[in-house]
Design a protein around this ligand. Structure first.
Ligand code: CTP
Length: 252
């Protein structure tokens, strides 16, 4: 082995660091099957155009990497983004909201913790033109129809899984997030004020509020990697609390 190619080639330093972190880390997510969705969707208008949103996938990818470092088995369902798949994580690539829904439904039965970090498209063009649309002098009207709400739909099959949603808001951030927590039957919601320049879309930092039945937890401005660990801490605490609750109910 020369150390540069073939079986004896030195692994990429990033992989070595990730493996060491998993081997020496808390391991507190060992045994968990984590499903993370990340990034935007693209909804085609014609063969060359689509509608989409500003999500870069960074928060979801940071969550997937952190969950793997902490011992989980991780599946990432990712919309089109320009990020490398974190080491150890199995990634399924999708484009549209309908494809994302199919991928989530395929994986959900084996999932113990779901993090819906993707900015799922709420609408798609009602008709996709088979050929490139040609411009005219007048305005253009595009009719949009609703996509299926993946989280709301999963509500019908609750099971043992812990479900975490994300709310990217520009106003009334906490109230809107609390409404979504209840409406979508979530265990936890990550409220993100995306009107701030240093949090949310297209930056490496984030500041969020975690909201669950027990109240609110502020996560002040930090790297998305650190914010990912705080989200996982809270999700794990909720899961342990739930297990404890069941044990005490059995004893009573
Ligand atoms: N979500 C989903 N399926 C959709 C839309 C959103 O599962 N079709 C998930 C997102 O991944 C996120 C949460 O729901 O975890 C966000 O909720 P929602 O408020 O519906 O997203 P917005 O598109 O921001 O909604 P609104 O326009 O109502 O603010």
């Amino acid at each position: 082995a020369c150390g540069y190619e073939g079986a004896g080639r030195l692994a990429d330093p990033g992989i070595i660091v990730a493996e060491v972190e998993r081997a020496l880390g808390a391991g507190d997510l060992a045994g968990e099957k984590v499903l993370v969705t990340a990034g935007p969707n693209r909804e085609p208008i014609d063969p060359v155009r689509f509608i989409s949103n500003r999500s870069t996938g960074r928060m979801g990818y940071a969550l997937a990497a952190a969950a793997w470092r902490r011992g989980a088995e991780v599946v990432l369902v990712s919309g089109p983004v320009a990020l490398p798949v974190p080491h150890g994580v199995r990634c399924e690539r999708v484009t549209t909201a309908a494809e994302m829904r199919d991928a989530v439904r395929r994986e959900i039965d084996a999932t113990s913790m779901l993090f819906m970090a993707a900015a799922v498209a709420d609408y798609r063009p009602a008709k996709v033109a088979a050929k490139k649309l040609k411009k005219t002098d007048g305005p253009m009207r595009l009719e949009l129809e609703r996509t299926v709400d993946i989280l709301a739909e999963l509500r019908a099959t609750p099971g043992e899984r812990l479900t975490v949603g994300f709310a990217a808001e520009t106003d009334d951030v906490l109230r809107n997030a609390e409404r979504k927590l209840a409406a979508k039957g979530l265990d936890l919601i990550v409220a993100n004020d995306v009107s701030r320049a240093d949090a949310g879309f297209e930056v490496d930092t984030n500041a969020v509020t975690l909201i669950d039945a027990g109240g609110r937890t502020e996560v002040p401005l930090a790297s998305k990697d650190d914010v990912a660990d705080r989200i996982l801490d809270r999700a794990l605490a909720l899961k342990r609390g739930r297990r404890q609750g069941r044990r005490s109910a059995r004893k009573a």
